[in-house]
Design a protein around this ligand. Structure first.
Ligand code: ADP
Ligand code: MG
Length: 357
């Protein structure tokens, strides 16, 4: 078990700064997910924690020890990567116990560890097989088992499921969540996929361009995004953003200077009853996707194209619709993308510019 702290971490590759003054506490025993677009610095951050990359400045603490000068092998951190890098000529057993042999762990102890851990990851009947005869999911389990036998304080998993097909990926997600529960070890998981992050993490760290945008629980990220980046990054389809100039009646009584008004596709109502109070937009349905339990509409309005998602309702067949977003589901952002809270506006008159025809 371990808590990890990153204090004022920066990382430069030659002259390029890829991480800038990053501060983060990863709670002991948490399943923390680092999520962000490709190239935003997730792997670099984790490689620094593992000791595979040295930060340009700042300190990394694991529990109550600064590990700046601790070599990777002594940090008690195990890393699992996207490409499992198994030894092809060795059996599953050989792969799992390789590190133990290297460390001179006695035979009896090795056998017990391999037995216990292969049971946990469901590999018991594959111990004598070679990696090439295993499926992608089984290979990933071997990589996990190999990391687990070392009984690390921290597990770092860098996009470990990217090479698997969608069905297997879902299954392995569930297995990893269960594994984390069973082990109680700190897991730090990297993905560029926000759905994966939301479904797995109990703490999610959203990164962009080497800077942490928000670190919070999945629910908090979804309901209370700190800025426009997080608001648009979390959720499928993404939060709709309307430019301030396209919103009429936005007389601010209190608050800041609004740049964008956002709303989630699932919080808008199509053809709401007349008494529903909210921001109203009229538009034309461009596409309909019917996924069974939910329908997704792409709608063209005067304020641009936006998406609406409905659950367990009949497909709307008319082309022209009125979309209402109750006022409490509107999010306001400043011109530089910061979330504006405590905005009080004269909501009675809020309509899309040009009015409702
Ligand atoms: P992510 O894992 O979020 O996709 P990375 O941490 O791999 O991002 O990379 C962050 C940035 O650092 C990228 O711009 C990448 O090109 C750069 N980078 C990563 N490793 C190196 C390296 N060894 N040398 C130079 N640049 C690197
Ligand atoms: Mg990466």
């Amino acid at each position: 078990m371990a808590k990890i702290e990153l204090k004022h971490i920066s990382k430069k590759f030659k002259d390029e700064t890829v991480i800038e003054d990053l501060n983060l506490t990863i709670k002991d025993g948490s399943f923390t997910v680092l999520v962000g677009p490709s190239g935003c610095g997730k792997s670099t951050t984790l490689r620094m924690v593992a000791g595979l990359e040295k930060q340009t400045s700042g300190e990394i603490w694991i529990d109550d020890k600064c590990v700046n000068d601790t070599p990777p092998g002594l940090r008690d951190v195990a890393m699992v990567f996207q490409n499992y890098a198994l030894y092809p000529t060795m059996t599953v057993r050989g792969n799992i116990e390789f590190g133990l042999k290297n460390r001179g762990v006695p035979r009896d102890e090795r056998e017990k560890l391999v037995k216990d851990i292969s049971e946990i990851v469901g590999l018991t009947s594959y111990l004598n097989k070679k990696p090439q005869s295993l499926s992608g999911g089984q290979r990933q389990r071997v990589a996990l088992a190999r990391a687990m036998v070392k009984k690390p304080k921290v597990f770092i998993l860098d996009e470990p499921l990217s090479n698997l097909d969608a069905k297997l990926r879902n299954q392995m997600r569930t297995e990893l969540i269960q594994l984390h529960k069973r082990l109680g070890t700190t897991f730090v998981y990297v993905t560029h996929d926000q759905v994966e992050a939301m479904s797995m993490g109990d703490e999610i760290v959203v990164m962009n361009k080497g800077i942490i945008q928000q670190a919070d629980s999945p629910m908090k990220l979804y309901h209370d995004p700190a800025n426009l980046f997080t608001a648009e990054f979390i959720g499928t389809p993404a939060m709709n953003m309307i430019n301030r100039k396209d919103v009429q009646g936005l007389d601010i009584q209190k608050g800041g200077s609004i740049g964008y008004v956002g709303f989630r596709p699932e919080q808008a109502i199509i053809n709401a009853s007349a008494e529903t109070e909210g921001y109203a937009i009229e538009g034309e349905i461009l596409t309909r996707e019917s996924l069974g339990a939910e329908n997704i509409y792409q709608i063209q309005s005067r304020a641009g194209i936006f998406f609406i998602k409905t659950f367990l309702t009949a497909l709307v067949t008319s082309d022209r619709v009125k979309v209402t977003i109750p006022y409490e589901y509107l999010y306001y952002f400043g011109l530089s993308g910061e979330r504006l809270r405590g905005i009080e506006i004269n909501t009675k008159r809020l309509v899309v510019a040009g009015g409702i025809t």
